[in-house]
Design a protein around this ligand. Structure first.
Ligand code: PXL
Length: 278
């Protein structure tokens, strides 16, 4: 069985980060080890969030793993939230990466041309260093612009995406994948480099929920570990996100409470991925 280490926070309420990665990767048949960076009462779309930093605990946990010589087939990082946290995570990657360990980075920091609250250009600079350690990184268009310094525009043509992908490759990311590309009002695309350039277009579902980035990344790295190419993994991840958004819309309720992925998890056990609406 493949073993992955995911390094991100635990948001106790409001499904995201570790509480998505753990069930999604487990159901895909991958042993999932967690290294929580911080403990949040709930994710940061809520007001008055309690946060406890776990840097001290991370170091103690990592020391024990080193003594046991534990090996990971992949290391997956996502929301980190501070420059200091990012530095610690880079140290963890250097300590646990072996020749055959795949490093997958979701550089969560913004969307729609803007940084999320608490993130800025200094954070983006540090995230560039983190991305340079990645085999596969999955920034959205906004994050790709912050990482490369290219200007953001609301709609993107294929030439801009090609330039962004090349910029990401120049930073040292072997397999960059750009998500959330606005090709047309009713379409959404994902483009990346696997063995060659690929561009995948999907129907846009008119709803957005917290945690969809985390389910995309988890299914993407899970599918790669299960033997799919990056382009196939993107199809599986986009298909699963679409099904989960539909299930969440059907369920209704407060969108901050997150996606109804419990309803769609069984789709991931089928082995062959999820059917994608194109
Ligand atoms: O889904 C990413 C994420 C993870 N963890 C926390 C967050 C967010 C996004 O805002 O606030 C605490």
């Amino acid at each position: 069985m493949k073993r992955i280490l995911t390094i991100q926070d635990i948001s106790c309420f409001g499904k995201c980060s570790t509480t998505i990665a753990l069930p999604v990767l487990s159901v895909m048949g991958i042993e999932t080890v967690i290294l929580p960076t911080a403990l949040f009462s709930m994710h940061t779309l809520f007001k008055d969030v309690y946060r406890r930093d776990l840097s001290y605990e991370m170091e103690r946990i990592a020391e024990r793993w080193e003594r046991e010589n534990i090996h990971f087939d992949a290391i997956y990082t996502a929301y980190l939230g501070s420059v200091d946290e990012t530095e610690i995570v880079m140290d963890m990657i250097r300590r646990f990466k072996r020749d055959n360990t795949l490093v997958f980075v979701d550089p969560v920091m913004g969307d729609n041309g803007r940084f999320y609250t608490g993130f800025d250009q200094t954070y983006a600079e540090k995230t560039r260093e983190l991305c340079a350690l990645a085999d596969v990184a999955v920034p959205n268009v906004t994050e790709s612009c912050f990482l490369t310094g290219y200007p953001y525009s609301e709609q993107q043509d294929i030439e801009q995406i090609r330039e962004l992908l090349n910029g990401l490759r120049d930073m040292g990311i072997a397999g960059p994948v750009i998500t959330g590309i606005n090709t047309a009002p009713d379409r959404i695309a994902v483009a990346g480099f696997g063995s060659e350039l690929f561009i995948k277009e999907y129907e846009r579902i008119p709803a957005s929920y917290h945690g969809t980035g985390d389910i995309f990344s988890s299914v993407c790295i899970g599918s790669i570990l299960n033997g799919k190419s990056p382009a196939e993994a993107v199809d599986a991840a986009a298909g699963y996100v679409a099904e989960t958004i539909k299930a969440t819309m059907e369920q209704g309720g407060d969108p901050r409470y997150g996606v109804a992925f419990e309803k769609t998890l069984p789709l991931l056990t089928l082995g062959d991925g999820v059917r994608v609406s194109k």
